[in-house]
Ligand binder design. Structure first.
Ligand SMILES: NC(=O)c1ccc[n+]([C@@H]2O[C@H](COP(=O)([O-])OP(=O)(O)OC[C@H]3O[C@@H](n4cnc5c(N)ncnc54)[C@H](O)[C@@H]3O)[C@@H](O)[C@H]2O)c1
Length: 436
């Protein structure tokens, strides 16, 4: 592969978020603040990252933006759906993430972003109640209405390309069933209003049917089952997910690889969170929490590989708790108590108290995903984009692979993919030749 195989990055890109809540408004307001020169895109690899090329002696460290043909921030146009009719400014004020000093300078811009009526069903998300909602004769009809929204948005805003990102609430836990196994079965189930078809799947189906890339920022099944993989392949659209890796899980995937690298054992890892935003309210419903819990629990299992290291990780007691506590708003607090052991089994403890701002960590992820998915599509990559695992709590992979959770392996995979796309040599960090 080399640069000439990738379509040029020019033109306008419509970025549609499903959900206009804390994450989506922090992302949109932040991009506009950066465009107007009143903020810095901290946390974004596409905006700030460098990449080493060639040997260390060559001193080639361009920015990622210089190296790969990414779209610029000025090319992005935003739209959203939400069952709650607040415009992006009102939604951002309610979310309480960004302060007036960042929202006021972009108020005109945010006020103009009104959410399109959503495909929403309280059976899948019980703690949200909104009336900006579509009606239709069945789920297929609702999904067709979403396709029409996407096409209209693209035409109205003179967009050349589109990306759709689920920033909506976490839906109740669903497991893959018969209807998820093929596109034909899934489409028949949409017609029949099958309860196994969640609203998020209708957005994913609509986006992919239009040939647009789709990312899933929540832990739901949404785009991660054979019918969607089939559709993505057929329409040559890239897909990626699941569940933005922010906060406590980000810390876990930074710390756990370190313990494992040093062959330190772990007896237990207890994680407690208090958060008071709308996401916390949704996760107060045990069925939505179950979806989140599955996503958070699997991380350690894959990083620590207890089957290879039974003496170190064969008996890890891992518990995750999320508690809705309104006074904190979006400013979550996450405690980790980690019981580890070293030489001859001597016990030690590590306590992490992360006073974190979840949406501040999520917003740059949404930006990077929009730009990288657009790049992937221009480079002819479609289906599951495993190289974007870096951004996810539960990375999607081909069915025969286990997901890679170690943040540093994920970063190497991402950067090597960029090198590969641009016809540069991948970096192995071997380095023996310097000493020959
Ligand atoms: N905040 C983070 O850092 C973070 C990290 C990882 C994952 N997530 C996930 O991202 C999602 C968004 O988080 P948030 O903090 O912005 O939550 P939020 O509650 O502030 O926003 C979610 C929005 O989605 C809307 N929504 C729900 N169902 C919808 C549907 N069917 N169609 C359109 N809109 C719908 C809700 O009305 C709400 O406005 C959640 O699923 C959350 O679990 C967030």
């Amino acid at each position: 592969m080399n640069r000439s195989d990738i379509q040029p990055a020019g033109g306008r890109i419509g970025v549609l978020t499903v959900g206009l809540g804390a994450v989506a408004t922090t992302f949109i307001a932040g991009v506009e603040a950066v465009r107007r020169g009143v903020g810095e895109p901290i946390g974004s690899l596409t905006q700030l990252g460098h990449i080493r090329l060639g040997k260390r002696t060559e001193n080639r460290n361009p920015t990622i933006q210089e190296f790969v043909p990414l779209a610029g921030l000025d090319q992005l146009v935003f739209g959203a759906w939400d069952p709650i009719p607040d415009n992006a400014y009102d939604a951002a004020v309610k979310a309480g993430v960004l302060e007036a000093r960042h929202l006021d300078p972009v108020k005109d811009f945010l006020t103009a972003i009104e959410p399109m009526p959503a495909v929403f069903d309280r059976n899948y998300c019980r703690n949200i109640d909104g009336h900006n909602v579509k009606t239709g004769k069945n789920k297929r009809d609702l999904a067709e209405q979403l396709r029409a929204d996407m096409r209209d948005f693209k035409a109205r805003n003179h967009c050349d390309r589109m990306v759709v990102i689920w920033c909506g609430s976490t839906e109740v836990f669903l497991q893959p069933s018969e209807i998820h196994q093929s596109l034909a079965a899934f489409e028949a189930a949409m017609e029949k209003n099958d309860p196994q078809v969640a609203p998020s799947m209708l957005y994913a189906w609509a986006a992919l049917s239009e040939g647009y890339p789709f990312a899933n920022g929540a832990p739901g099944l949404t785009v991660d089952f054979p019918a969607m993989w089939e559709l993505a392949r057929e329409k040559r659209a890239p897909i990626t997910g699941k569940d933005f890796k922010t906060g406590q899980t980000l810390m876990k995937t930074i710390l756990a690889p370190g313990f494992k690298a040093r062959m330190l054992g772990i007896d237990g890892w207890f994680s407690a969170n208090i958060l008071g935003n709308r996401d916390g309210l949704v996760l107060d419903d045990p069925d939505s929490f179950k979806t989140k819990e599955e996503s958070k629990l699997s991380v350690l299992e894959y990083i620590l590989q207890p089957e290879l290291y039974p003496e170190l990780y064969g008996n890890v007691y891992h518990k995750v708790r999320i508690n809705y506590y309104p006074p904190r708003g979006d400013n979550k607090e996450g405690w980790d108590n980690i019981d580890i052991f070293g030489w001859l089994g001597y016990k030690m403890q590590i306590k992490v108290d992360f006073l974190c701002r979840d949406s501040i960590l999520a917003a740059p992820i949404v930006l990077d995903l929009a730009l990288f998915l657009d790049l992937a599509q221009r480079a002819g990559m479609h289906g599951i984009q495993e190289w974007l695992s870096f951004y996810w709590k539960s990375p999607m992979t081909a069915p025969m692979l286990y997901p890679e959770h170690d943040l540093f392996i994920q970063q190497m995979k991402l950067k090597n993919t960029l090198r590969y796309l641009m016809g540069e040599k991948e970096i192995t960090h071997l380095g023996l030749d310097y000493y020959e």
